[in-house]
Design a binder for this molecule. Sequence first.
Ligand code: MLT
Length: 243
Amino acid sequence: MIDVALTPAEMRPAAVAVVLDVLRATSTATQALRSGYRAVLCAASIDRAHELRGPGRVLAGERRCRKPPGFDLGNSPSAAIDGNGRELVLATTNGAPAIVAAAAAAPRVLLGCLLNLGAVAAALGDADDVLIVCAGTDRAVALEDAYCAGRLSVLLGGPRTDAALVAEGLVRAYSEPAAALWASADARRLVQCGLQGDIADCARESVFGVVPRIASSGDGVAFVIAEPVRTAVSVDPHATVTA
Ligand code: MLT
């Protein structure tokens, strides 16, 4: 069964969970693993991220879209480049806590977004108990996450729940990913912060073959690495974020 939790409150046990936070946490995590970070440590809170600071670690994240005090980077995918084997500690309002929570709901948890849509679908293969978890925004549905959930659902085989069919229906309302993202409240918030470039960056579809996967978790942290890609997917190996 392919199911969609339109907000984290609807999370339930499943064989596989895929967490989506298109604007921007899972896009940033995917970009980071694509750009030489060896791992992304998703932290449930800003305080937990500060506790994780150490040699070879970079702190990234946001509160109200902006870089938190004492952090090295904000939550823009374009900032999560030049990893050079370091670890990215990522603390965000909705995405990172949803990732940490998903670790308790499923033995296998992947991170998805538009950037790695094809690779995540390929990694799921014919898995038959998949819960797609939308991080949403402040406990409410986020359009861009629901849209991406629908895009992923249509790529998977097998029966769907009504929630998955709702998400698939949303796909038909937009001619392209960018249109869905630009229609969202989160896009408006990013524009207000002068971060509109992130919307175009996150709207690119299947440009990376990276599939982030939770390798371990506990104590408010999910340790995420790149899952080896099992199936060839059509991606541009030289793709990077726009400036
Ligand atoms: C979140 O986790 O709430 C988001 O990624 C928010 C953002 O990037 O501004």
